[in-house]
Structure formats: C-alpha cells, structure tokens
Write a protein that binds this ligand. Structure first.
Ligand SMILES: Cc1ncc(CN)c(N)n1
Length: 230
C-alpha cells in the first residue's frame, strides 16, 4: 500500500484510514490512564472493582446488540454464512464472559445485584440500543462491533507486553481480551467491516466513520468513569 493514493487503495482499507486519521483519539482509548495504571502496576483496586461491576452491566446490554448484528448479517451481508459464523462465535464468547464476570465479582467481593449503572455506562448502552434498530445498516453495525471489541483487545494486550508490571491478580482479566485468539477474532471482524465498507456508498462510509468515532469516545468515557470520574 505504501506510496499509493486513496484512489489507488480504493475503499478497501477504510479502517486503516480511520485509525491513522483519528490516531490520537484512538490512542486515548487504548492507552487510557486506567489501562496505563494496570500496566504500570499502580492501579487503585477500587477503580478496578468499579470497572468490573459497570462492565458486567455493559456486557449484558452488549449481548442483544451483538444479536442484532447477527440478525443484520443474515440479510445484509455479501457473505452471510461466513459472517454469521464469526458473529456467532462472539455471542458464544459473551456467554463465557458473563460467567467470568460473576466469578470475578465474587472473588473481589463485588455484589453485582447492587450495581447501579453510572451515566457514562447508561449513555454507552443507549448508544448501543440506537444501533439495534432495523433501520441501521449492517455496515454501520459491524463497524461499531469491530471498534468496540478492538479497543478492549488493544488496551488489554498492551498490559501483557514484555516488561509491564501488571499485577498477578489482574493477568487473567488482561488475558481475557488481550489473548491472541481474541486478537484474531477482532481481525475477522475488521475484515468483514472493510469488505462491507468497500462497496458502501459515500453516505454510509461517512455514517460509519462517525459511528467509529462515537464508539471510541464512549470507550474513553467508560474508562474515565472507572478511573474515578462520574
Ligand atoms: C465498555 C466495553 N467495551 C468493550 C468490551 C468488550 N466486549 C467490553 N466488555 N466493555
């Protein structure tokens, strides 16, 4: 791709274009102070517990969102059976994730039934709901799905790199999203998004870019909330 213009590249590498164009915002999510504090070993454990409880609520709202992406893939994809396999794999992983949250919460003494969603979480869940309606195109929904998963994958993989001081008791959390298998799953989602964007109209591409930006902003707000914000 080196040295090629956008026209020569076509629309096939749209996610790459956005990641470059919005690099500082994206790094604001994947290198957030909350993540840095895990990586540097000086995380405040009450922040971690806040994140754990809030993310459990988020994941419960995320499941119907992913189910809605699956429904959209059924009719809206150019390669629906292959896309549906990837997305169904995501649903299966979320089933496991919910069990993990319950186990982890009991380990940390977090009472999940007492958790009240904070504003940033409510806003993010409302945003997910807005993407679930049938009028939202598959291309937009799959772009959001990829971005949501990619931010977690890159954030937690960052905590597992050589030389980091991630506390032993948080290694499992980081592995959950930072492992190679989850990385490959994110790559599959990204390829689907790029394939859909390649044949999309300019209007859809613009909408998808805005959706990508909203996801990254919500992710930053989510970390802020966990890191002592409101
Ligand atoms: C806020 C948030 N964003 C993403 C993920 C990864 N499914 C998550 N669990 N929570």
């Amino acid at each position: 791709m080196e040295g090629k213009t956008r026209e020569e590249m076509g629309k096939s590498m749209m996610t790459e274009t956005w990641l470059r164009k919005h690099r500082s915002l994206y790094l604001g999510a994947t290198r957030h102070p909350f993540i840095r504090s895990i990586r540097d070993g000086n995380i405040d454990l009450s922040s971690f517990k806040t994140w754990l409880g809030q993310d459990y609520i988020y994941v419960r709202a995320f499941v119907p969102f992913v189910a809605s992406v699956l429904t959209k893939a059924w009719k809206g994809s150019d390669d629906s059976s292959s896309d549906m396999e990837v997305i169904l794999g995501g649903v299966a992983a979320l089933n496991d994730e919910i069990s993990w949250f319950k186990k982890e919460a009991s380990k940390w003494g977090v009472q999940l039934s007492d958790i009240v969603p904070q504003k940033a979480n409510q806003d993010y869940c409302r945003f997910l709901e807005s993407l679930m309606i049938p009028e939202v195109e598959y291309t937009i929904a799959i772009t959001a799905f990829w971005a949501i998963e990619a931010v977690y994958q890159e954030s937690f993989a960052h905590c597992l790199e050589d030389g980091t001081k991630t506390p032993a008791e948080l290694q499992e959390t980081c592995q959950r999203w930072g492992n190679e298998g989850f990385g490959q799953y994110c790559n599959s989602l990204r390829k689907i998004a790029d394939r859909q964007l390649e044949k999309a109209s300019d209007d859809i591409i613009t909408k998808a870019e805005v959706t990508f930006l909203r996801v990254v902003e919500h992710e930053v707000e989510f970390w802020n909330m966990s890191h002592g914000g409101t």
